[in-house]
Design a protein. Structure first.
Length: 79
């Protein structure tokens, strides 16, 4: 795992340990495929335990895993 992947997991762990609401901004950016899969598994586990996960992402895989997706276009919320 890359240093970036370890750092992302550490930040994610800090958030999980403190909250039932997890806010993430591009959590998989710059990570290799293994680290991205690890983050996805952790987030799914947190959703399964009842946490709310809010994630900003341009990653199609992250969006595909979402229960609900909101899009911004030109600064406006679109459906």
């Amino acid at each position: 795992m890359s240093a970036g992947g370890q750092r992302q997991r550490a930040f994610l762990g800090q958030g999980i340990a403190q909250q039932d609401l997890i806010l993430l901004d591009e959590p998989t950016t710059g990570l290799d495929a293994d680290a991205q899969d690890g983050i996805a598994r952790i987030l799914q586990s947190e959703k399964d335990r009842g946490a709310t996960v809010v994630c900003v992402s341009h990653d199609p895989a992250a969006l595909a895993a979402a229960d609900d997706v909101k899009r911004l276009e030109a600064g406006r919320l679109t459906v």
